[in-house]
Design a protein around this ligand. Structure first.
Ligand SMILES: [Zn+2]
Length: 327
């Protein structure tokens, strides 16, 4: 079958998984959730670079329907997106900004930011509020229809002076950007290299790409759906280099994978009770306190080789065509 053969090519190093003698593990998922989709049952690992690919493949149509119809975010209505309402996501954005800001500060002009798969757009919000940075424009790619409208409402109300554009695909975005964000995006794609190469094309001279994604979450999560590609530090490093980026930084962050509240660790129940309580009270708690709570809860800013996330920062290294034809 054509679909299966296509899948058996490694999305990072382009080698045939069959030839490299791939290994397989079970795809962790809760079959009762999103049961209208036929989910993958296995993850196939490239023995050369270590990246994993969900198998069998969902079609592009199934995935588009899932993301565009609020299947991922479960948004039911357009609203102003407040950090207080989503304190965990906000805390993660502030942790990402700690890595991005030191390099962005060196650019001595107003900054343009492109956030691909922006979610609530909190990273843009953190950048906009930072007085040491002048954010001039914030462009967003977001598949979720309701979330796109919420982002427009939020920014027109809260940040009317910053140029905003919200689109449903990267193809609709024009221009070059000083910083391009891919937070929790690459693991949702079968062809992450295509996405990264397209992003590289949109980098301004001296611009940076930042990616944040789970570190081998099949090892500790009960349900990894809808993740399709599974990275470790080495495979993400290779992906950056093969997409025409020179790596400036790469490291893992967060609590130990096995002890993460996002996983099946022994303290999971206690963690969950505590977080549920905090979440219920979130509207009465100042955002700076919530941020501290989630920094502790997830270990968002803790540099840890066994941590739950990999964060990488890269700069354009050479022509994109040169890198993509490597194999
Ligand atoms: Zn590979």
């Amino acid at each position: 079958m054509i679909i299966e053969k296509t899948l058996l090519i490694c999305p990072v190093c382009s080698r045939s998984l069959e030839d490299s003698g791939f290994r397989t593990v079970k795809y962790p998922t809760d079959l009762s959730r999103n049961s209208f989709l036929s989910k993958p049952h296995s993850i196939l690992f490239c023995s050369s670079c270590g990246v994993g690919v969900a198998f069998p493949k969902l079609s592009d149509e199934q995935l588009l329907e899932f993301y565009s119809q609020s299947g991922y975010w479960n948004n039911s209505r357009v609203e102003v997106l407040l950090p207080r309402k989503f304190p965990g996501h906000y805390a993660l954005s502030t942790a990402r900004w700690r890595i991005i800001k030191p390099v962005i500060k060196k650019i001595t002009k107003a900054i343009s930011m492109l956030d691909i798969g922006a979610g609530q757009g909190f990273l843009g919000m953190v950048a906009a509020k930072d007085r040491e940075i002048c954010l001039d424009s914030y462009y967003i790619v977001e598949k979720d229809n309701v979330l796109r409208e919420s982002l427009k409402k939020t920014w027109h109300k809260g940040y009317p002076k910053i140029k905003l554009k919200v689109e449903d695909s990267l193809e609709a975005i024009e221009g070059q950007f000083d910083i391009i964000i891919l937070s929790n995006v690459l693991e949702h794609l079968y062809r992450p290299k295509d996405m990264l190469e397209k992003a590289v094309e949109k980098l301004a001279e001296g611009g940076y790409i930042f990616a944040d994604l789970p570190n081998q979450d099949y090892l500790f999560k009960l349900d990894v759906f809808p993740h399709l590609t599974f990275f470790n530090k080495l495979s993400l490093q290779m992906l950056f280099e093969k997409s025409g980026l020179s790596l400036q930084q790469i490291a893992c962050y967060g609590r130990d994978m096995q002890g993460s509240p996002a996983g099946r660790g022994k303290n999971r129940v206690i963690f969950k009770i505590l977080e549920n309580l905090f979440y219920k009270l979130r509207f009465f708690i100042p955002v700076c306190i919530s941020k501290r709570f989630y920094q502790w809860y997830y270990g968002t800013v803790t540099n840890n080789p066994q941590g739950t996330w990999i964060r990488a920062l890269g700069k354009r290294s050479r022509g994109v065509n040169e890198s993509s034809n490597h194999y």
